[in-house]
Design a protein around this ligand. Structure first.
Ligand code: S3P
Length: 188
């Protein structure tokens, strides 16, 4: 089985897309791309500033353009922002020549991992947990629909998630290959 051209990570805020993406890229010998960080570099401003000045719509426009640009790159692992699935026009772009991985994470883990974060404008309010729940209800079906692999991350270290992903993406032993055929796109 040969490696895919690209691996795309989708999932909510706090799923670990950047940490896991960076480690996975190293394992595969691929380049790591982080859509949000590249938007910030290009803009010379951070995401809260972009939301403040251009609104969420302005950010989503930048995100759509960035995903289209990054989706032509080969041998890359791309970490997307949690809202990348919200625009239907992004879906084909994300899927093109890629294995899409949904890092599925409980609300509790999302809350825990984003608790001290000040760089996520959607969570700077009185009820970040309520927002995460609301977004999960809308986005979980979209992430699941797009995904080739649904990887559960709760109670797993990033190292374990990466090992399981490498086995799924590039199964080397006959046993691993049988397992992948059996699981199809099912949950890992
Ligand atoms: C967002 C998630 C963020 C970032 C922006 C909006 C969202 O990325 O793109 O704050 O709509 O869920 P992370 O998922 O990397 O935190």
């Amino acid at each position: 089985m040969s490696l895919p051209k690209r691996v795309v990570l989708v999932g909510p805020m706090g799923a670990g897309k950047s940490t896991i993406g960076r480690m996975l890229a190293r394992e595969l010998g691929y380049r790591f791309l982080d859509s949000d960080r590249i938007i910030e570099e290009r803009c010379g401003a951070n995401i809260p500033w972009i939301f403040d000045v251009e609104g969420e719509d302005g950010f989503r426009q930048r995100e759509t353009a960035m995903l289209a640009e990054l989706s032509v790159e080969s041998q890359t692992v791309l970490a997307t922002g949690g809202g990348a699935v919200m625009r239907a026009e992004n879906h084909a772009v994300l899927k093109k020549d890629a294995v899409v991985v949904y890092l599925r994470t409980s609300i509790e883990q999302q809350v825990e991992r984003t608790r001290k974060d000040r760089n996520r404008p959607l969570l700077q309010n009185d009820d970040p947990e309520g927002v995460l729940r609301h977004l999960f209800a809308i986005r979980d079906p979209l992430y699941s629909e797009l995904a080739d692999i649904i990887m559960h991350t709760d109670r797993k270290s990033p190292r374990l998630v990466v090992r399981q992903l490498v086995n799924r993406i590039n199964p080397k032993t006959p046993r691993q290959q049988r397992q992948v055929r059996k699981e199809g796109r099912n949950h890992v």
